[in-house]
Design a binder for this molecule. Structure first.
Ligand SMILES: Cc1cc2nc3c(=O)[nH]c(=O)nc-3n(C[C@H](O)[C@H](O)[C@H](O)COP(=O)(O)OP(=O)(O)OC[C@H]3O[C@@H](n4cnc5c(N)ncnc54)[C@H](O)[C@@H]3O)c2cc1C
Length: 321
């Protein structure tokens, strides 16, 4: 019996190991990591150093490219061998393709995009919490079937500290992988200017409080002075198209967890908060003292952004000499 975690993204896999360790301890079972791909075995030590007791590896040329069909076949072989109590999959783009296929093949349920996981110790059951109904409510879900599955968005849980003295077992699984009738011809990397918003440590974000596209220059000037990346609310990217979707923060945009998130002219509706409320420090600038963003803000400035931003820029420029 194990708690098993998988993500093709190593950072996300380590985050899952962090939460997985708690769950495995509560169930008094081992914690396992899964590696699927070609030449992936080298990452096993990384998983063990971050908490895995055992690592299941399917190393197969058929897994050199990601196809949900082949990866779900491989995952199924691991599950058949390991018989896990719980299976967690990172809700990356690929993970979101993989998890429902695996759940369907296993005839089990899967809580999608869980933001919290815990064990009901009496029933030995996984309890998953996830935003539902446009993030208006938190749904609490459990599965009556095994393995109990959940997907978890990146940056939901903390990576555990690295401990190179940890020992673990590495088990190679011979998987039955069926060939797919399609071929990836070319993979093109999406071009992102500057730092990806999900990886930014400082974010200054704009909302509909900005009257026109050109005014975002004010925020860019501030961002340049403090080394921040620009984010935005959904209307700015989706409706007004003033910024590309790469900048969009929230439930249907990117989930971010920077050291500092500054929301400027953003009201703070639940769907926006769903993407940034885990930021370490939240600063809000809004002319409406009743704006919901102030309920989650650590520091708030009630004022007109067209006065507050220039004052901040002048101050910072003065400091820089
Ligand atoms: C299924 C679903 C998914 C969604 N997903 C997302 C998502 O991922 N991300 C997201 O952001 N939204 C999302 N939304 C939309 C969300 O509900 C809000 O409509 C949106 O976040 C509002 O954006 P805003 O705060 O920029 O605009 P508004 O709500 O219009 O707020 C503008 C704010 O600016 C302030 N303001 C105005 N002028 C000034 C000024 N001169 N100085 C200072 N402050 C000023 C106002 O007081 C106000 O608080 C989603 C909605 C649904 C239904």
């Amino acid at each position: 019996m194990t708690v098993l975690v998988f993500s093709e993204n190593l950072d996300v896999a380590l985050e899952l190991l962090g939460k997985g360790r708690e769950l495995a301890n509560d169930l008094n079972v081992k914690l396992g990591g899964i590696l699927l791909g070609q030449n992936v075995k080298t990452s096993a030590s990384e998983l063990i150093a971050h908490g895995a007791d055992v690592v299941y590896v399917v190393d197969d040329p058929l897994l050199a490219e990601f196809y949900p069909e082949t990866y779900s076949d491989a995952m199924l072989s691991v599950v058949n061998q390991a018989n896990p109590e719980i299976l967690l999959i990172g809700a990356t783009k690929r993970g979101k393709e993989l998890a429902p296929r695996v759940a369907t093949k296993l005839n089990t349920g899967c809580a999608a995009a869980a933001t919290n996981l815990r064990i009901d110790k009496e029933k030995k059951q996984l309890i998953a919490e996830r935003p539902a109904v446009s993030a208006m409510v938190v749904a609490t879900e459990f599965s009556r079937t095994k393995p109990q599955m959940a997907t978890v968005p990146p940056r939901t849980f903390e990576k555990p500290p690295r401990d190179d003295s940890r020992q673990g077992e590495v088990l190679e699984v011979k998987a039955e992988i069926s060939k797919v009738d399609k071929k990836i011809i070319e993979l093109k990397k999406k071009e992102v200017k500057g730092i990806k918003i999900e990886e930014a440590e400082l974010i200054t974000s704009c909302g509909r409080g900005f009257r026109k596209k050109e005014d975002i220059k004010l925020l860019e000037e501030l961002a340049n002075l403090i080394g921040a990346t620009i984010g935005c609310s959904r209307p700015i990217a989706a409706d007004l198209k003033w910024l590309p979707e790469d900048h969009w923060v929230g439930l249907s945009g990117h989930k971010v967890k920077p050291k500092m998130y500054m929301a400027v002219g953003i009201s703070g509706q639940v769907q926006h908060l769903a993407g940034m409320r885990d930021s370490k420090i939240i600063v809000a600038i809004n002319k409406d003292p009743e704006a919901p963003i102030f309920k989650v803000a650590d520091y708030g400035i009630v004022g007109d952004l067209y006065q507050v931003l220039p004052a901040m820029i002048d101050y910072l420029k003065g400091k820089k000499g």
